[in-house]
Ligand binder design. Structure first.
Ligand SMILES: NC(=O)c1ccc[n+]([C@@H]2O[C@H](COP(=O)([O-])OP(=O)(O)OC[C@H]3O[C@@H](n4cnc5c(N)ncnc54)[C@H](O)[C@@H]3O)[C@@H](O)[C@H]2O)c1
Length: 383
């Protein structure tokens, strides 16, 4: 398949480009490298050095013999360059990772909120028009997030809800109650994409992905020339990465508030497989298909306890601290999402075993000299 990967310099876009090329697909990746600018702006550095995209593509070619083509394009600001890339490459599928992905970043100020929504919503809108003009049959696989749903007091369905209202029935987009301007940008994307399917017959799979963990995939191993990013700081890091690094840095694991906040998680290896499955079983023309891309749920308390237990078994002195929650969110709530569609297509989950946590802790040990403890505590508040 000819697959265009948008955001190929990122945490997920790079391994996805490699994973697909390793399976014989022809890959063109686009990135504007804007994430590297955002990192500098907020003083965030990935745990291990992430080599330039050119360097990693060359290293991958040398190792595997597989080529990944790439172009520097800002999809939010350069619609002509995006059209040109798609018209020339004629992708059968497009995997769209290229968005500002941090909730705290989007909550820092008006400027950050506007920048996030502008980048994400305009980028996706430009993409919809580019597909319509240059490759209308291409299947668009878009990364959304489970955070679009928020934490409703009813079961979360996969994108759509059957509603009985005053004696009449309809199928509507699941009502969303997201928790940041970043998550809202994804909700706006979903509404635009569903509209594109309805009026232009576009084919879209919206992957409402949970929090991804893991520092590598099989094809990348621990090769320093190939590695992807692993963020643990308060802006771009995730709770699980933060806990892993805190274990190694010998500082308390910081749980925000009461710690009952429950979310869906998945291993980075499963992210790759989910995308592959979405590509192999594409949405039909005019179909807006939504998959909830998670494999298990944890509260923040459960996650901290798991990481601390594995850390202690490895000889660290992990301890857990509750700090004031910088976010406005429910700290105890009902959470019951459905996530059967990807399993029905053949996903066999890699769960968060002690071994998986051990692997991340060992990654942090290898790069402990780069840990910046000052970047871990939250400085951006919601209220
Ligand atoms: N990592 C997770 O746990 C997670 C969870 C749920 C959803 N997601 C979503 O998955 C996608 C990828 O996440 P990630 O963690 O790899 O993020 P990332 O920030 O590491 O990668 C995104 C890449 O897109 C590029 N980009 C951003 N805006 C662009 C633009 N306008 N034009 C061209 N390139 C642009 C960035 O430079 C970066 O390299 C994002 O949409 C994110 O919201 C991620």
């Amino acid at each position: 398949m000819r697959v265009c990967v948008l955001g190929g310099d990122g945490y997920l876009g790079w391994p996805c480009s490699v994973y697909l090329s390793a399976r014989g697909h022809q890959v063109l990746t686009l990135d504007s490298f804007i994430k590297r600018e955002w990192e500098k702006k907020v003083g965030s550095e990935p745990l291990a050095v992430v080599k330039s995209l050119e360097h990693r593509i060359e290293a991958w070619r040398t190792l595997s013999g597989h080529d990944i083509a790439f172009r520097v394009v800002d999809i939010a600001n350069e619609p002509e360059a995006l059209c040109d890339a798609l018209a020339t490459f004629q992708p059968e599928a497009i995997v769209h990772f290229a968005e500002q992905c941090s909730a705290p970043y989007s909550m820092a100020s008006r400027v950050h909120a506007v920048e996030t929504q502008r980048n994400n919503v305009m980028g996706t809108l430009n993409l919809m028009f580019a597909v319509r003009e240059t490759c209308p049959e291409a299947h668009l696989v878009k990364l959304g997030t489970m955070g679009e749903y928020g934490t409703p007091n009813i079961d979360i369905e996969e994108g759509w809800l059957e509603v009985d209202h005053k004696g009449r029935r309809d199928r509507v987009l699941y009502p969303k109650r997201p928790g940041s301007f970043y998550h809202l940008s994804k909700v706006h994307d979903s509404a635009n994409l569903e509209f594109g399917c309805r009026i232009w017959g576009q084919r879209v799979t919206d992957l409402n992905q949970g929090v991804v963990y893991g520092h590598t995939i099989e094809e990348l191993g621990d090769a320093p020339d190939l590695g992807t990013s692993f963020h643990y700081d308060a802006t771009f890091g995730t709770a699980i990465n933060r806990f892993v690094v805190q274990v190694v840095a010998d500082v308390p694991l910081t749980v925000y508030g009461r710690g009952g906040q429950t979310r869906g998680y998945l291993n980075i290896r499963d992210t790759m497989r989910c995308i592959e499955l979405a590509l192999l079983f594409p949405a039909k023309r005019g179909e807006f298909r939504v998959f909830n891309q998670i494999t298990e749920n944890f509260s923040v308390n459960a996650l901290a306890a798991k990481v601390a237990r594995v850390g202690n078994a490895m000889g660290f002195r992990a301890r857990i601290d509750h700090i004031p929650n910088p976010r406005v969110e429910l700290e105890e709530h009902y959470y019951n999402p459905t996530y059967t569609a990807l399993r029905d297509l053949g996903l066999e989950p890699h769960l968060l075993t002690d071994r998986a946590i051990e692997g991340m802790i060992l990654h942090a040990v290898r790069h402990r000299h780069r840990i910046n403890v000052d970047s871990i505590l939250p400085k951006i508040g919601w209220a």
